[in-house]
Design a protein. Sequence first.
Length: 261
Amino acid sequence: MGINAIIELIEKLRGEDGCPWDKQQTPKTLVLYLIEEIYELVDAIESGKPANVCEELGDVLFHILFIAILFQEMGHFDIEDVADLNTAKMIRRHPHVFGDNKVSGTDEVRRQWHKIKMQEKDNAPETSILDSVPAGLPALMRAYRISERAARTGFDWEDTAGVIQKVEEEWHELKSALKAGKTEKEQEQVSLEFGDVLFTLVNVARFARIHPETALTGSIQKFEKRFRYMEKRISEEDRNLESFSQEELEKLWEEAKQVIG
């Protein structure tokens, strides 16, 4: 068993007597499933259940190996080439571990990593520092990466107070846009101002050394737990959610906060 067993399994599925579905797959079709599996892995990690993490890691690994085998079938590379290339890259990007470089902490490690990465890409003068951020990232994650890259050039606030002040400015502009937001053009302005608030809040997270995606995920999970508690309490009274007044719902919400946290 082990990784070789997964490779043999995929080759069997792709073989003459294999599965019609698996034989039809391409890298482009499989990458969509890989993305889904990665999100399921994120959920498993957030759940804190090692058994779930183990299972979802297996699903991610299966799809990665599957994609590698497809490229091997096309004569490009195999999984050993993938492993060798990545190992060499990681050694190259850690000269403070595998060489004589000295670093003072994680901030210097990140700067060194980025410098080496840029040297590897052999960037032309006209190439943007933002090009290394994948366009397909979810907006919140991409906003964090974009702001992080821009900050490395020195284009940044001096401290947290500065970015907080910017949040307040953007919030004021959003409120003004909301008051006027009647026509289609004004609604577009509301959308733009709302995006500006979110983007600036992402920078607050960066200054606070937290990831906005992780923070938002935690808030969503907290809301879900409290809301599910409310639903359970309502069902115990043989009523439905719609039959509760706003005052009753707020009371239940406060109860959920006390019980769930």
